[in-house]
Design a protein. Structure first.
Length: 370
């Protein structure tokens, strides 16, 4: 276990962040995982960087959000933003004991957290201005979500997180090149007939430098180009509420109809602000070790044979102009056991039932990445 932790810490500090002597790195741990934090601190010192550590507790955060007001959330954001602005890099180690811990907090309170705190600290500074990497850490809760023992989940976790991301990065290059040449995208699957344009918007490879585990290539649709219907077949947890059977209908880029296992709440989330009903990201997942959803988006959005289509904020590096305080990665898996599906670029079939079918992209099929 210690060897695997040390290997992961080294990968995060030296590969993901490429920390240099004298640089300041903020290590934020939600859910106490001292062995991982200690390893990150040691590795940061080893390269000459200056680590700073913050430990947060999920139940304390729940009490803060539950009792918050706009004035209080502005104050929280001010202090967190000041710390974030003072560092060069950021590592988040998140180990949630209960993914439903915030489920009984009123949506207006969670909305304040999204609209003020997360938007100012993370969308406003961390994501566009810092080198950063975010990871989960294995615990009993994650093992339960995966229907595994903790020991089995730990083996799975370290296989996924210690993947050869440099090899994956090279294999992603043809997909990036193709996406940046593509205008029209057409996606077909059970309950899905979706069309949109990605013309002129950069494609970005996620190859171990931002999220761990990693394994996706993303862009965003031209804002008003999305037409049709999509049905997501992976359950998703948002603000500690689990949603299934999510289905959106689009007109001129906007979600005009949304249903799910909790239709009332999903529409409240989509009404957070004007940008929440538009799409900020389209991404193709390719991690060969991640095959099934576990309601943890850092894993689920990388599922082999999947894509995600994200209501909310667009990233600056693949920008379609959409701005929102939410960014909700929702996943459709297209492997045969999940109903299959097709992705077409400019009337050419590029992926069928989760496998790339044109020679330039075959290097991204699972057997070529392990």
């Amino acid at each position: 276990m210690d060897l695997r932790i040390n290997e992961l810490a080294s990968r995060l500090v030296r590969y993901s962040l490429n920390l240099q002597p004298g640089e300041k790195v903020l290590i934020e741990n939600i859910g106490l995982q001292p062995e991982m934090v200690r390893a990150l601190v040691r590795e940061s010192f080893a390269v000459g960087a200056l680590p700073l550590v913050t430990i947060k507790d999920q139940q304390v955060m729940r009490a803060m959000i539950q009792g918050t007001s706009e004035e209080h959330m502005e104050l929280m954001a001010k202090h967190e933003l000041s710390r974030m602005q003072d560092v060069d890099a950021y590592i988040a180690v998140r180990a949630y004991e209960n993914i439903n811990e915030y489920s009984d907090i009123p949506e207006e309170k969670m909305g304040l957290y999204s609209r003020i705190f997360y938007k100012k600290v993370h969308f406003g500074d961390r994501i566009p201005n810092k080198r950063w990497v975010v990871l989960r850490y294995p615990n009993q809760s994650m093992a339960q979500l995966s229907n595994m023992s903790l020991e089995s989940f730990e083996t799975f976790y370290f296989n996924v997180c210690n993947l050869d991301y440099a090899k994956m990065s090279k294999a992603m290059d043809p997909l990036v090149e193709l996406m940046e040449k593509t205008d029209r995208v057409h996606i077909k699957a059970p309950g899905t007939d979706l069309r949109f344009s990605i013309k002129g918007i950069p494609a970005i490879k996620c190859d171990g430098h931002r999220n761990i585990p990693d394994g996706e290539v993303y862009t965003s649709p031209v804002l008003d180009s999305v037409e049709g219907t999509i049905s997501y077949n992976a359950a998703s947890n948002y603000h500690s509420t689990s949603f299934t059977d999510i289905r959106f209908t689009f007109s001129k880029g906007k979600i005009v109809e949304a249903t799910s296992s909790n239709t009332k709440l999903i529409n409240e989330i989509l009404d957070t602000d004007e940008g929440a009903r538009y799409i900020g990201e389209f991404a193709i997942g390719i991690n060969p070790h991640i095959l099934h959803p576990m309601q943890d988006i850092l894993f689920d959005e990388k599922i082999a044979g999947s894509f995600h289509f994200t209501p909310g904020n667009a990233y600056d590096v693949a920008d379609n102009g959409n701005r929102s305080s939410i960014h909700w990665d929702l996943v459709q898996i297209q492997r045969p056991e999940y109903g299959g599906g097709e992705i077409w670029f400019d009337d050419v079939l590029i992926r069928k039932d989760g496998r790339f079918v044109i020679p330039a992209l075959e290097g991204l099929n699972p057997e070529n990445l392990v």
